[in-house]
Design a protein around this ligand. Structure first.
Ligand SMILES: Nc1ncnc2c1ncn2[C@@H]1O[C@H](COP(=O)(O)OP(=O)(O)O)[C@@H](O)[C@H]1O
Ligand SMILES: [Mg+2]
Length: 375
């Protein structure tokens, strides 16, 4: 898992670096270009403001101050102006220490021509500062992205690890549940084969019973792994649905109802919801309850169904695992009570499909509180 985490992080770090470097490159290029454009615009504006007939040192200083272009060379040309090309040009001059790039703008204002020049290098200083600031900002963004990425990968890998653990647990539970009946079947067949001449009816019945047990487990597992959808969703009156279940289980447990005057309508799959609530009722019957109470409450945008029994209850420390596959809270009394620990996982799956939340609490008996979004 650690290797996976590190590898994922390295790849993430490289990808983020490339993305930031790409955008930084575009930014630098764009900045340089826009700065050049800016400088060119300034030279053109200066040229338009200069009056070649009255140009003097004072005017030069004023203009330089106004446009902040340093240094600024202005040349007023009177002779041979027809040889001059109007527009921008750049020249490189080799100075004693450095090469200097000169930008010149030439404009013809007959009978004069004006040449305005400036050095790129001095004007470039500003852009250098902006470049450094932008590089530092990019570096900080990179560090923050790495930190957030690492945190994200850490939570992701924890989640994956947990899923793996649950899967492993699930596999071992399935094998364990199937191993016992299979071993019983094998030993019964061995006995039957050894006593060929005797009547094996009793043994065959016992084998059939074990096969039925396996069948039930596999059916429940298939039910759990099936992908249900909301195709069969319809408007369901919860009050009506509970009365239908009352008719089914009447006589096995005493029912109590606390319903108000509201409509308790939700959108759902009636067959699946009946399976879920039946599972809860059957548990109450199995785990020693003589009475089960149904309470319906309508709030602003949800309907709350509480199902409470007066059975043996579940110890508090076992409640967090109660919806896990194959989990049975009390191994000792469970030995005498049939079950695979899949019922409540099925309940949870069905309620998830309905975007309903389920909570369980146990004070004396057990109480399930189910919150449905109202239709
Ligand atoms: N109403 C209840 N009263 C007491 N214990 C319960 C009740 N419902 C569920 N349980 C406990 O929760 C466990 C899981 O329930 P479930 O998933 O339906 O499995 P199963 O009924 O097959 O054992 C049960 O084994 C039981 O220990
Ligand atoms: Mg059950």
């Amino acid at each position: 898992m650690n290797n996976f985490k590190n590898e994922l992080f390295y790849k993430y770090a490289i990808v983020v670096f490339l993305i930031i470097a790409f955008f930084e490159g575009i930014l630098m290029f764009g900045m340089k270009k826009s700065f050049d454009m800016h400088l060119k615009d300034k030279l053109a504006l200066i040229a338009s403001e200069i009056d070649p007939q009255n140009f003097n040192q004072n005017q030069l200083l004023k203009i330089q101050h106004k446009y902040r272009v340093f240094p600024l060379f202005v040349q007023i040309i009177k002779n041979n102006i027809s040889n001059l090309q109007p527009g921008y040009s750049t020249n490189i001059i080799n100075g004693p220490l450095t090469k200097e790039k000169i930008l010149t703008y030439t404009i013809i204002k007959k009978p004069y021509a004006i040449k305005i020049s400036t050095l790129y290098s001095t004007n470039d200083d500003k852009i250098e500062i902006i470049k450094i600031i932008s590089l530092i900002a990019s570096f900080i963004i990179y560090l923050i992205s790495l930190f957030i990425g690492w945190k994200f990968i850490e939570t992701l890998s924890k989640e994956i690890e947990l899923t793996f653990k649950r899967l492993k647990n699930f596999n071992s539970n399935v094998s364990h549940e199937l191993k016992t009946p299979l071993a019983i079947i094998k030993s019964k067949i061995d006995v039957a084969l050894m006593n060929k001449e005797k009547n094996c009816d009793k043994l065959l019945y016992e084998i059939l019973e074990e096969i039925e047990y396996i069948n039930e487990i596999t059916e429940k597992l298939l039910f759990l792994t099936k992908n249900y959808n909301n195709k069969n969703f319809e408007k369901i009156d919860l009050e009506e649905l509970i009365f239908e279940l009352y008719e089914k289980y009447e006589g096995k447990i005493e029912f109590k109802f606390h319903f108000g005057e509201d409509d308790y309508e939700i959108l759902g799959d009636k067959i699946l919801l009946k399976i879920a609530i039946s599972n809860i009722i059957e548990n109450s019957i199995k785990y020693g309850a003589s009475q089960i109470e149904f309470t319906l409450q309508k709030l602003k945008n949800k309907i709350i169904l509480s199902i409470k029994d007066n059975g043996v209850g579940i110890p508090k420390e076992k409640l967090p695992f109660i919806f896990d596959e194959f989990y049975r809270a009390d191994e000792s009394h469970n030995k005498n009570i049939k079950g695979f620990g899949l019922g409540l996982s099925i309940v949870k799956n069905i309620l998830n499909l309905h975007k309903a939340k389920i909570k369980i609490q146990s004070k004396g008996g057990v109480e399930f509180i189910i919150e449905f979004p109202s239709s």
